[in-house]
Design a protein. Structure first.
Length: 352
């Protein structure tokens, strides 16, 4: 088995320390035991995936795409409804799985498979990637889950910008700008309200703007070194809604202060640096596309989630990698990181 980069593992463990400390303050009994279990299973998968030559996954890219597509449709039709959204499939009534999280990995692998094809020209690659991207994005948007669908969009756009001619990326930008006047008809009322609150959180301080305002207050109360696990009253008393998932960054800010946030951001920075290094280390297009896809996924989620916690990004249901509570997202994050390590370790191997 190839060596796992210890510095990368250390960065992830640091993030998990901050995650568990925040979940401990929020509700130890409800979240910490499950989070530890998720981590152990996910880390085991990380070791397995990182030890497999990444080239093998291209032979299963279409099968994986179809399986995830059917699971997305199943979640939309017969999935478990939580807060008027059908994103989860119940497994024997014991636990739920969120297929849209696994769709991120599926999209990255299928895109990598498309970009590796030497017999297709750039237009054909653009066409095929678009045709395979649209079903995922539309179904997840209808669940509704605008946050995850935006992650899909960013991965799709980022890989096109990296691997295809700039004119395709420019075309997408023009199309996106032309759709802005249609947003009131496309988006649901609460989604439009989130955009308006982004520009002015005080338009509804006790309603749609409450989460953001409380998150900002929690951040500010942490000051330089934080209030500690025992003194973080806003987190302990649940002043910030959904703080175990979407707003866990604000809990870390209150508990560990500016110093803790810097450590978290440096850990993220190293993870992104390693992913970029893996992408540039190989000449294999399939491997490079996987690494760049994972980079896009992590970068966008970090940017959006951290930004919305401090009020500089609209509120969307995008989890913060390795920090937010959730089994499906934990598994996907570690699988994605395992793929990147595989690309880095097997970059010099011959093609299968």
């Amino acid at each position: 088995m190839k060596r796992v980069p210890y510095s990368l593992v250390l960065s992830v463990i640091i993030l998990k320390f901050f995650s568990v400390s925040a979940l401990y303050v929020i509700n130890f009994i409800k979240f910490v035991p499950k989070e530890v279990a998720y981590f152990l299973v996910a880390f085991f998968l990380f070791i397995i995936v990182s030890s497999i030559n990444f080239r093998i996954f291209k032979f299963y890219s279409i099968l994986l795409y179809v399986l995830v597509l059917f699971s997305l449709i199943g979640a939309l039709i017969i999935g478990v409804a939580i807060n008027s959204s059908r994103r989860w499939i119940s497994i024997g009534g014991l636990f739920t799985v969120q297929p849209s999280e696994f769709a991120k990995i599926s999209l990255i692998i299928i895109f990598a498979w498309i970009y590796e094809h030497k017999t297709w020209n750039n237009f054909e690659k653009f066409l095929y990637s678009t045709l395979l991207f649209l079903p995922y994005a539309i179904i997840v948007f209808l669940q509704p889950d605008m946050g995850t669908s935006l992650v899909f969009v960013f991965i799709y756009f980022f890989l096109i910008a990296v691997f295809l001619h700039y004119k395709y990326a420019l075309t997408l930008v023009i199309i996106a700008l032309s759709l802005i006047p249609l947003l009131p008809k496309i988006l649901k009322p609460y989604q439009i309200e989130r955009i308006l609150v982004f520009f002015n959180p005080y338009r509804d301080p006790l309603g749609s703007g409450y989460n953001v305002l409380q998150s900002i207050i929690a951040f500010g109360s942490g000051k330089l070194i934080g209030k500690g696990i025992l003194g973080s009253t806003m987190t302990k008393l649940n002043f910030v809604p959904v703080q175990y998932a979407d707003f866990i960054f604000s809990a870390i800010g209150e508990i560990w202060g500016f110093v803790g946030i810097v450590v978290v951001l440096l850990s993220f920075a190293y993870i992104l640096y390693f992913i970029a290094k893996a992408a540039f280390s190989t000449k294999n297009i399939f491997g490079r596309a996987i690494a760049f896809g994972v980079f896009a996924m992590f970068f966008f989620q970090i940017l959006i989630n951290a930004g919305m916690n401090i009020g500089i990004m609209p509120v969307t249901g995008v989890p913060l990698p390795f920090l937010s509570f959730g089994g499906s997202s934990e598994l996907v994050n570690f699988i994605a990181l395992g793929l990147v390590v595989s690309v880095y370790n097997y970059k010099d191997e011959i093609n299968l």
